[in-house]
Design a protein around this ligand. Sequence first.
Ligand code: HEC
Length: 207
Amino acid sequence: MNTPDLPTLRSAFTPALLTLLLALLLAACSPDRHAAPSAETRSDAIAQAEAAAGQLMSTLVSALSQAMKEGGPTQAVEVCSSIAQQKTEEIGASFGLSIRRVALRARNDLDRPNTREEEILEKWSHTEGPIESLSEVITNEQGNAVLHYMRPILLGDNCVACHGPEEQIQPDVLAAIRAHYPNDRATGFQPGDLRGAISVEVPLDQP
Ligand code: HEC
């Protein structure tokens, strides 16, 4: 009987085996390895993100208007710079998600966008008419399945005191901004301009 010798066998099977192994490996490493969340999980996550973003906006707006009333814009700069990041973190922790404010022209370096946020902000900044909030299931930079939610922040009339054209900002306010934020890029905006966004990641992986 003429049985194939070992080298022949190896040469016949190795490419097929290698292909199979490669396919398995690719499947295991693919970014889509997370099972798609159910419609219910997804809508719960969107509701969480919206609630956290709403709470962040109202917290910051009321802290800002109270500080403006009490001490004017110069003192409000101090208040903003000391509480904005802390309040944002507290709200994220209480909802069990990650939340931040991001902007292409950020005042605080901590608010610089990641690649995905930057792409969305770029697209929004060229959008004519109203900008819709966005929610999408993604694998984030840490490799976790999350619902990513982004809500635009537009400039209002009352924001010009600190984000408007520099000639419209009181000199002492501008000095306070520059003292706190030497890299500030968040002036020169007009009411209605896209100022930035609230960006939320709601975890979807079950522990
Ligand atoms: C009294 C001055 C002042 C006013 C008025 C003000 N801001 Fe700001 N804004 C700041 C400061 C200071 C920061 C940086 C806070 C920090 O360190 O996190 C900031 C940060 C931001 C950020 C985060 C992105 C970044 O650039 O770091 C957004 C978005 C923003 N402001 C939007 C607004 C909007 C919208 C209004 C009007 C409703 C407004 N601001 C009014 C002072 C002000």
